[in-house]
Design a protein around this ligand. Sequence first.
Ligand SMILES: NC(=O)c1ccc[n+]([C@@H]2O[C@H](COP(=O)([O-])OP(=O)(O)OC[C@H]3O[C@@H](n4cnc5c(N)ncnc54)[C@H](OP(=O)(O)O)[C@@H]3O)[C@@H](O)[C@H]2O)c1
Length: 322
Amino acid sequence: MNILVTGANGQLGNEMRILAKDSADNFVFTDVVDASEESIAMLKKLAGEDINTDTENLDITKLEAIREVVKREQIDAIVNCAAYTNVDAAENNYELAELLNAKAPENLAVAMKEVKGFLVHISTDYVFGKEPYNTPCKEDQKGTPTGVYGLTKLHGEQAIQKVGCKYVIIRTAWLYSEYGKNFVKTMLNLTATKPQLKVVFDQVGTPTYALDLANAINVILEDYKKESLTQNNGPYTKNGVYHFSDEGVCSWYDFTKMIAAFANNNDCDIQPCHSDEFPSKVKRPAFSVLDKTKIKDVVGVKVPYWTDSLKICLHNMLVKLN
Ligand SMILES: NC(=O)c1ccc[n+]([C@@H]2O[C@H](COP(=O)([O-])OP(=O)(O)OC[C@H]3O[C@@H](n4cnc5c(N)ncnc54)[C@H](OP(=O)(O)O)[C@@H]3O)[C@@H](O)[C@H]2O)c1
């Protein structure tokens, strides 16, 4: 297959580069920004000098530009890792968030429909939030977002479904990786340098190592290839919305305690606190644990336990990349 990856220089996009190295498929990596020197150096250290660090410039808000790459590279599938991901800033930037999180995925869906291609799109647990759920959320459960980010991501899901290309939408949660800025990196630094730290314990979810999500995407691409592409580019019977995070449940407080423990940052006194101690324009979901039964049963994705994956990522950051 010829596979186009958008947002290739973000957290998930970089993990897709790692997996692409051992793939028989041909990957075209695109983004609106070049890969940073730091990310390129990290990729080479973790995966070897021959890893593909190229980036073609592609702005997915531009339908004609997408069509041009799809035609030139004879793209069979797109993995959309691009998004407007700044949850707080989205509150003041509705139009831009809607453009990137809703209109852009619609463009990708249109481009794939025109060539009978397949779109793998990433959405979020923040499509949930308003309903006071306290058991893991299933894919068909009603979701009412609490903020602009979640709402625009929900619009993106709806736009893809309306276009009607072959698609899989994966809702994921609390992503972290070796690349870019994320909660793990922030807490590694804070627990190493601050004597005391307060972290909210009243928001519960599941951390997800972006490499695990990239693995799940890979399983879906292989399944698609087996079922649809080899059957004369026919329909894909597993179209739909799926949930994927790592296994288990924790609060941001528990997550921080585990990061500090694995990193041996033992001198920081970490205390639980309520969300209202950190005033924010956006109310985040109190409970957004995702039920992953469907992706396990239907596509056969294996889901690692969150602390096992956290250990691997921290080992990469603290040992292999040092
Ligand atoms: N991060 C999380 O905790 C989390 C949780 C749940 C779901 N998700 C979803 O998971 C997916 C991957 O997230 P991530 O954390 O890997 O994202 P990320 O690190 O923010 O990467 C997104 C990439 O997309 C690029 N981009 C921005 N505008 C673009 C455009 N017009 N055309 C093409 N690329 C563009 C960004 O460039 P710039 O850096 O220049 O903007 C960035 O390189 C997203 O769909 C996100 O909504 C993330």
